[in-house]
Design a protein around this ligand. Sequence first.
Ligand SMILES: Nc1ncnc2c1ncn2[C@@H]1O[C@H](COP(=O)(O)OP(=O)(O)OP(=O)(O)O)[C@@H](O)[C@H]1O
Length: 476
Amino acid sequence: MVRQPKVGAAQSSPTLPTPAQGVRWTTPIVETPGIVVLASWIYRLVRLLVLLPFRFPVMVASTTAVVACWWYLSWPGLAALAGGLSVASLVWWRTWPHSYRYCVSWRLLAWWRHLVVYRRHWQPVLVISGLAESYQERRYLPRIRRVTCNARADYVRVSLVAGTAPSDFEHRVVELAHGFAAPSCRVTVNGPRAITLEFPRHDTLAEPLDALPIPEAPDLSALSVGKREDGTPWKLRLHGTHVLIVGVTGAGKGSVLWSAIRSMLPAIADGTAQVWGIDPKRMELAYGRDLFARYADTGESAVELLEHAVAQMQERAERYAGKQRSHTPTTADPFVVVVLDEVAFLTAYHPDRDVRKRSENAIATLTSQGRSVGFCVLAALQDPRKEVMNLRNLFPDKIALRLDEASQVDMALGEGARERGAEAHLIDPTLPGVAYVRLETSPSPVRVRAAFVSDDDITAMAGRYGTASSATEEGA
Ligand SMILES: Nc1ncnc2c1ncn2[C@@H]1O[C@H](COP(=O)(O)OP(=O)(O)OP(=O)(O)O)[C@@H](O)[C@H]1O
């Protein structure tokens, strides 16, 4: 008699051979005795009580003081304590506002934001943004270690789940910023499995920045051109690199160009630096024409200027060959910055094919060979597409001001920039001069704002430093 298989039982055909099975080892399940569980809970409770005064000394001291006052002096004692504390705080706040802010205000704010913003929304935000990990049906979340605040931002120190990387967070900065209702989010790596998430509480770049003071001794490797989102100065390196500034019309490309030139003025005046300007629009650089050792505003003259720069660069390289490997700016061999406004005019839009070809060759030669002999190309561009500018990879440093499309962000700043939070396509049109840059020290883009150099500032700059540069032009 054929037996019917039970419902739900594994079925096998009697005519097929049973597949070979290896031996499977599984971890035995051992039930923990109740006394062990109880002992472990008691141990944790005792450890918490012992460590509490060391971990939270202020909180434990205040609670003890409140309870002691109430116990020994009842309500009048509590009222006296509250009054005394209020007077002491008031005196401290009025006399040493800085230390009061540091010791009381920011700590209270950090405690409040830890509780109400980060701890409350941590799990949903991390799970939905894909930063929670699962292993053997258990969910693991990165842990908040500490929240601190200053006048500008909240800093959330986080321990990562083992097996994850800081880049997982760097790729989710947009989700994190929106999740915790912050204008942006920045990730800093502190060490193994330890990162800090920085959430600004308001936009520190909302106010325009006036032209910065002219430095006495400019550092050509770190010219102050504006402010970073964290309030520190934005320093732009020109010596030893080439910089491409990308942004739609009205994004503020001119403010970056002019802030860089302004920071170099003493070097231009003493002849250790020269600026050569190419201004096809005749609007941007014409204002400070006297500052330029060479100046061109037509296709033909621009190509000649570029080819002249290439010839000088090659002559310098020939002299340096076998003798020196880097350039030090001197009056004999000044640092030369070729400022190219709207570079696409020469590489894509000029009607003469010969001009386009020669310009492209000259820019490619300057950008590929000029760094070590003291030549830098500082170019501005509206449209970063390859058809318009196929030399953009020859510029090691790039600045993305407001852009038209999300796809242009990676074209301007390099692969992965948008994923790491460079939302240049979302920059508010009412904030010209705001940009994203990638600094050498970190792959995460940093939000910055260039100082605005007005027409009056440029006129004053040309009036004061213009004569010195004309003298250098004769030598060039
Ligand atoms: N850093 C800045 N801070 C405040 N306002 C700025 C800044 N930069 C530019 N602006 C304002 O935006 C206007 C347009 O700036 P700018 O001409 O530099 O843009 P652009 O990108 O060079 O445009 P285009 O490509 O058309 O020349 C300026 O006239 C000025 O009013």
